[in-house]
Every structure is written in C-alpha cells, then in structure tokens.
Write a new protein. Structure first.
Length: 207
C-alpha cells in the first residue's frame, strides 16, 4: 500500500437498514493512516427520507468528491464498480409466526408447482405410453398393472433433482452455490445494471 493513497472498493449493490448512510456502510476503505480511515468512514453519503424501502444509485464521483473534501490532497484509487446501488430496507421486527406461515406457503407452492410441471411434462411427451411400449417389447406382453419402470422413474426424479441442485451432501451444499443460487445472482446483477442505466438516463444518479 502506497503512502498518500486511499483505496476505495465498491461493490455493485449493498443493503442498508439505517437512514443515515455513511461511507463505511457502502464501501471498503484502505489507507496508510488509520486515523484517515476512521475519518472517511464517518462521511455521510446520503440520508433516506420517508419510511419506504427504496433504491438509490450513487456515483463513485460523488464519493471521491466527499473524500477530497474531508481529506484534501489525498490520491484515491477506485477498485470495483463505478456506480453503486444502495438498497434501503426499512427495519421491521421479526415475527416468527408470520415467517413460519410464509415458509409453509412457499413449500406448498414449490411442491405442488413442481408436481404439476412434472405431470404435464410426462403427459406432453407420453412417458406412460413409452414405458408400456418398452415393457411390451421386453416382456412380450402388454403392461396392465404397472412395472418396475414406473417405480424406478418415480424414485429417479427426486434423486436427480437433489443431485442437480447439489443437495446430496450437506457439507457440499454449504460449500458450493447451487444452480438456482447462480441464476438468482445473475438476475440480481442484471437488475442492478438496469437500475444504474435508468438512473443515468433519468439524471437521478447521486453525483
């Protein structure tokens, strides 16, 4: 780390729950002098008005200007994103009953939604007819009471889902992100890019 340089690291987005948002809430700061770091961390970047959840786009130019105002003459090395999405979430007391109800409803939606999707897919591609045809070709008689094919298929679906979403081993599930996690992060990244672009076009970006 070079003396006289302040390193400022910004991510693409950050979530905060306090209305008075300081530089340390939205970035990482490194400098050769610890006292300078403490001074910069206390800089107020913006203050949220109202009691609604909202998102603000903050330009790195605004942060550089605030740092230069607090510590004139320092050189600033920006690391990371040039613009930052600040998401303010109104702090709400945790209600365990409501959270349990949400969890149960979500589990039911996922369960019945997945079951309906699998059934419609099987009907669309005529899986039952394929199994009957395979059974008749192998056993040389029509299938009337079901077979090992249907049982194996029913067992294989949940095993395949668990394997695809990386939940066969608890330890491995904690170490690696699952495909659904990756898709959620990709969606979040694209959404942040759209928010930053809209704010730039509308002139609502904090500079």
């Amino acid at each position: 780390m070079k003396e006289g340089i302040v390193y400022l690291k910004l991510g693409q987005s950050v979530q905060v729950s306090n209305k008075r948002i300081t530089l340390q809430d939205i970035s990482e700061i490194y400098a050769w002098d610890y006292d300078i770091i403490k001074r910069l961390e206390k800089i107020v970047v913006l203050t949220v008005k109202g009691d609604k959840n909202e998102k603000k786009v903050v330009s790195s130019l605004k942060l550089i200007g605030l740092i230069q105002k607090e510590c004139p003459g320092v050189d600033i090395d920006l690391i990371g994103e040039p613009d930052l999405v600040v998401e303010y979430h109104k702090p709400t007391p945790e209600n365990k009953i409501v959270e349990c109800i949400k969890l149960v409803l979500l589990a039911m939606i996922v369960f019945f939604g997945s079951a309906f999707t699998i059934m419609t897919f099987n009907t669309d591609v005529s899986v039952g007819e394929v199994f009957d045809l395979i059974y008749e070709l192998v056993m040389n008689k029509p299938n009337t009471d079901g077979s090992i094919l249907e049982i194996s298929y029913s067992i294989g679906i949940p095993i395949g889902i668990l394997g695809f979403y990386n939940h066969f081993k608890v330890a491995k599930a904690k170490e690696d992100p699952t495909p659904i996690h990756i898709e959620m992060r990709n969606y979040e990244e694209e959404m942040n890019k759209a928010i930053i672009l809209d704010a730039s076009r509308e002139g609502s970006e904090l500079k």
